[in-house]
Design a binder for this molecule. Structure first.
Ligand code: KIV
Length: 294
């Protein structure tokens, strides 16, 4: 059942986000990779990101580099079928926007045809040509600067970016180039809080921070991180609001115990035969069986 009737749902729009930045309203984005997580998040957040983090969060890869367009389309379609009211942003995976303008537009346009409202792509000045091509094709683009996970090899690991003066200045310059190229918002990931604050106060478009301090226009965290569903180490910028992994494992383990000791299922959780048919099947044995008509 949906949380509200379709007729009354006002969808989050890109012009709406711009107004919210001007009004000082903080924007919230989280990831969803399937219909269940989309339905949980949608009534609460402003934007849902079908992130290429699906690769490491759900598909068991070490990083996002193996994630393909086919995988992203599969997860986007699952989320889009829930008809969310949140702005739906689909992440362009590694190599989907690097090779040619034509391929970039085809990949991003395919996302919009599958229900995304916008695409996100990683990188600064080097990506301006592709961003302009997308914006010229009426495809809204969210930029992504700082610790860009698709650059893990070039960065030599998942390291905070923009700590040296020239790196910090380059990031500010990149942020303004992306704004000039037509990006409607920017994700700032893994950079010092002061740098994210400076970008936010000098840009007109909203910034969405992750590991970038409190003075961005909004924040994004991975759904599974917020709910504590990831076992093991999580970065220090993650705040888990539930111990989801343990809560879910405890529930599953209680069900397993009930199955093993015969407490599940009860008669109330079972279907019954109509009166009289019980006797018919009680008299049935493999040796007196009559074959059903094919
Ligand atoms: O893929 C992703 O989840 C992301 C966010 C962390 C910004 O890019």
């Amino acid at each position: 059942m949906s949380h509200t009737s379709e007729a009354t749902v006002e969808r989050v729009s890109i012009p709406g986000l711009q107004r919210w930045k001007q009004d000082g309203r903080r924007l919230v984005m989280t990831t969803a990779y399937d219909a269940v997580t989309a339905r949980i998040a949608d009534p609460i957040v402003d934007m849902i990101l079908i992130g290429d983090s699906v690769g490491n969060v759900c598909l068991g890869f070490e990083n996002t580099l193996p994630v393909s367009m086919t995988m992203m389309n599969h997860h986007l379609e699952a989320v889009a079928r829930t008809k969310p009211r949140s702005l739906l942003v689909a992440d362009m995976p590694f190599l989907s926007f690097h090779l040619s303008r034509e391929e970039t537009i085809r990949n991003a346009g395919g996302f919009l045809q599958r229900g995304a409202d916008a695409v996100k792509l990683e990188g600064g000045a080097k990506r301006v040509e592709m961003i302009r091509a997308l914006v010229d094709s009426e495809i809204p683009v969210m930029g992504h600067l700082g610790l860009t996970p698709q650059s893990v090899n070039a960065m030599g690991g998942f390291k905070v970016q923009g700590r040296k003066a020239d790196d910090a200045l380059r990031l500010l310059d990149d942020a303004h180039r992306l704004q000039e190229a037509g990006c409607f918002a920017l994700v700032l990931e893994g950079i010092p809080a002061e740098l994210a604050a400076r970008a936010t106060e000098t840009l007109t478009i909203p910034t969405i921070g992750i590991g970038a301090g409190p003075r961005c226009s909004g924040q994004v965290l991975v759904f599974h991180d917020v709910l504590g569903l990831i076992e093991g180490h999580v970065p220090k910028f993650v705040r888990a609001y539930a111990d989801g992994f343990r809560v879910l494992q405890d529930a599953l383990s209680r069900w397993v115990t009930d199955v093993r000791n015969g407490a599940f299922p009860t008669p109330q959780e079972s279907y019954r035969l109509p009166e009289g048919i019980g006797e018919t099947i009680a008299n049935w044995t493999p040796s007196n069986r009559t074959r059903c008509e094919q």
